[in-house]
Design a protein around this ligand. Sequence first.
Ligand code: FAD
Ligand code: MG
Length: 343
Amino acid sequence: MRKIIHILAISMLLILSTSCGQVKPYETDAFAMGTVISQEVYGSNSQKTSDEVITKIKYLETLLTINAPDGDINKLNGNAGKGYVELNPGTVSVLQSARKISGLSGGAFDVTVGPVVKAWGIGTDNPQVPTEATLKDLVSLIDYADIHLDEAGNMACLQRPGQIIDVGGIAKGYAGDVAKAIYQKNGHKSAFINLGGNVVVLGHKPDGNAWNIGIQNPRSETGEVVGAVQVTDKAVVTSGDYQRYFEKDGKRFCHIIDPQTGYPAESGLMSVTIIASSSAEADGLSTACFVLGLDKGLDLVKRYGQAEAIFITTNKKIHLTKGLQGNFQLKDANNEYTVIQEG
Ligand code: FAD
Ligand code: MG
């Protein structure tokens, strides 16, 4: 008898928690890919699903990191100029997305930027300004056309010795897509993941409302938001000059490199947020748009077609693409920013 009462009590508790509309998500934070990864998963087995997502992301990190000796990316880099290497299908998928965004952006996004990223060392303990001569040398190694893929055989090769692939600008985006696929596979209808500025939401929130995603004020020391957008089933990915940088002689050198010059991009932008279905492509696009600047960035978003964007300029203008009309809410306590709605 006691057993039946016990089971009844548990099921009552479950109904209670759902009937008063206070559906609670399983919330977790973890650390991977150099950043905090926050999740909110609704529905049964949400803890199991969250754990599955983190295990998968940590596995992807072993494949895609440039910061550890083995793994696919370093295998590919170690074999540069020497022929094809076999890779995990996930790595090939990241390289395919990278090449797509490189082609669309005219090389503004280019994962073969690795030698230059390494020379600057931004995000490491000893960032430095390389000499002109060094950068001139290293820029000659940047060319996404030198990435050759054999998709059917899950093989890839880098054409020239000394070339280095760095997927820091797209791999977190890919991880966001993988997380969403796991949420869907496990039957969840509402979930949220944030990988250091790379947000992916599944569906609506359980109460039927859209997710409200904050856009960081690029010059706030305390991570305040400057606005928010309402999204369902989208990736919201931001790249900016405030995420990783160092200052020398009063000048800010950020981690996003212009592949043309080998210098950190100075495009008149402080951040670019892309809202799209593919988190990997949004990640590449946000980096590309940051390098291209406002006008060419808006043109790239238009040509890509299935995305909206928020460009925040160094003179504190917030440019919104057409589909965000009436969606973006400004939250600018100090009245520093002006919103401009693009056609
Ligand atoms: P985005 O703004 O999306 O892109 C900037 C990053 O992309 C740069 O950091 C550089 O890596 C690369 N990049 C720069 N310019 C270009 C360009 N024009 N085209 C293409 N790519 C460009 N950080 C740590 O501190 N420690 C770690 O151990 C660590 N491990 C990581 C492992 C993985 C698998 C990944 C994906 C990231 C890791 N990171 C780590 C973070 C990484 O070093 C980058 O700083 C981070 O990915 C930048 O994220 P972002 O969204 O700001 O980049
Ligand atoms: Mg990016």
